[in-house]
Design a protein around this ligand. Structure first.
Ligand code: HMH
Length: 208
């Protein structure tokens, strides 16, 4: 099994997470302000959780994955400052409590600490690949959101996602695969489903 097999085998699940109506609205400039504010504040909480998860993952990563994971950590920390600056400009409260899906995502990242390294690096690849594909779907984005679209579609981000895919493929090639990779496939699918639910949560909060 390779990462690309998981994209092909679960095309509909990936599509639901990366072509969500939230992203159509970003592209078309019709996103309700509340939906954007909710996304920003919840994504800030998510990135805090992801930074912690990724730091724990680095501590058990094989040599071939250290550069990708470490560079991602530096980028995530910078991203938190970027979120803080944007939230400040737009008077968005970053102290909002986690919504249900944000909390469930937090718990999944915690649970991955005791899963195999292949599951954890697969989940990390899925997290970042969903964002890469999603923001490409929204490209070029209405002017108000163009900076966000650019952030996750830059060549450097594409390169990072490719590095994670290589690290994931290397893990898949070397692990014993006692269960035929079923646990890893489920970990990736759980991420992609949570990503869809995350857009849905932000979108619904703008519609209400
Ligand atoms: C929900 N998934 C979510 N937020 C993000 N910022 C990323 C992935 C990419 O880091």
């Amino acid at each position: 099994m390779k990462a690309s097999d998981l994209l092909q085998r679960h095309r509909d699940t990936w599509h639901a997470a990366t072509a969500h109506v939230f992203l159509d609205a970003v592209r078309d400039g019709i996103l309700p302000a509340d939906a954007f504010a909710t996304w920003l504040s919840q994504d800030y909480l998510f990135v805090c959780d992801l930074l912690w998860f990724q730091a724990r993952l680095l501590a058990r990563a094989p040599r071939n994955a250290q550069a990708a994971i470490a560079s991602g950590l530096v980028a995530l920390e910078a991203e938190l400052s970027w979120f803080e600056a944007h939230a400040g400009q737009q008077h968005i409260d970053l102290d909002a409590p986690p919504r249900d899906v944000t909390q469930r995502y937090r718990e999944m990242l915690r649970a991955l600490d005791s899963a195999s390294y292949a599951e954890a690096i697969g989940a990390l690849w899925a997290i970042e690949n969903v964002y890469f594909l999603s923001w490409q779907h929204a490209a070029p984005g209405a002017p108000a959101y163009r900076e966000y679209v650019t952030h996750w579609t830059l060549p450097a981000f594409a390169e990072y996602v490719t590095q994670l895919e290589c690290a994931f493929d290397a893990a898949l090639a070397t692990t014993g695969d006692a269960d035929g990779g079923a646990a890893t496939e489920q970990a990736v699918l759980a991420v992609v489903r949570l990503e869809r639910a995350f857009w849905e949560m932000a979108w619904k909060s703008g519609a209400s």
